[in-house]
Design a protein around this ligand. Structure first.
Ligand code: GLN
Length: 238
């Protein structure tokens, strides 16, 4: 089997180790004999190249977000249609913010978002930094957050999970992230996936199921190390 990972704006939006998510997805697929191609999709990339089996959109500072928001005006429609047909997507922090209705940076005008997640984000004077642990449909997830943006869920939005430790979407309503079909958005840098193998495998499995139109069982991997780090972080930060 083959898997193409579309790395959205990987040259601009890849702070706090977020490229580690691409490495984790690639290795966990290759360890199962799946051929992997990573395709950078960035400013001016042709829309047709967008066709991937799984998308990743990392975090970035306000400056990069401004640049990317302009380009997303052209790509928004196809990103939404890809998610509507079930293609999985993982977005972190700055990328997550731009997939909502809008992101209002601390300075400058509101940046229009893709409108994929029913959320909106406004920068605040608080900087929400630190280790984060949440309870989700994937069990506990651990990560590291660093954002000033406060994200609010509209009534139809489903949070990715509930905060056990940390700030999450906005530091007040105890929600963290958002999930819509097989698209996940959250504030968990770190990188997220190496420490949360269950989520990594869910993204790979869903991508292959949509691509090959059949039920897929992934061969179990030896996750001793990944789970050691996962449980240590839960124990230390919960
Ligand atoms: N600029 C956004 C914020 O500070 C996103 C930063 C990030 O991606 N870590 O909220």
């Amino acid at each position: 089997m083959k898997l193409t990972i579309g790395y959205l704006y990987g040259d601009l939006m890849n702070i706090y180790g977020d490229t580690g998510n691409i490495i984790a997805l690639k290795k966990r697929a290759q360890w199962r004999g799946i051929k992997v191609k990573v395709q950078l999709i960035t400013l001016k990339s042709k829309i047709l190249n967008l066709k991937s089996d799984l998308y990743f959109f990392g975090g970035g500072q306000d400056q990069q977000q401004e640049l990317v928001a302009k380009d997303l005006k052209i790509k928004a429609k196809i990103i939404k249609s890809e998610v509507e047909r079930g293609v999985p997507l993982l977005s972190i922090c700055g990328g997550y913010q731009l997939l909502g209705a809008y992101y209002k940076p601390y300075k400058g005008p509101k940046l229009p978002g893709v409108g994929l997640f029913p959320i909106f984000t406004e920068a605040s004077s608080d900087r929400m930094i630190g280790n984060i642990v949440i309870e989700s449909m994937f069990g506990k997830l651990v990560g590291f957050e660093n954002h000033s943006g406060k994200t609010y869920l509209k009534k139809e939005a489903l949070p990715l999970g509930m905060v056990i430790k940390g700030f999450g979407n906005n530091g007040t309503d105890k929600t963290e992230g958002c999930i819509y079909k097989h698209a996940v958005g959250c504030y968990m840098h770190g990188a997220l996936l190496p420490k949360n193998p269950k989520l990594a495998d869910w993204l790979i499995r869903k991508a292959l199921e949509v691509k090959y139109k059949k039920q897929i069982e992934l061969k179990p991997l030896d996750d001793t190390l990944e789970l050691q780090v996962h449980h240590k972080a839960i124990q230390k930060f919960s």
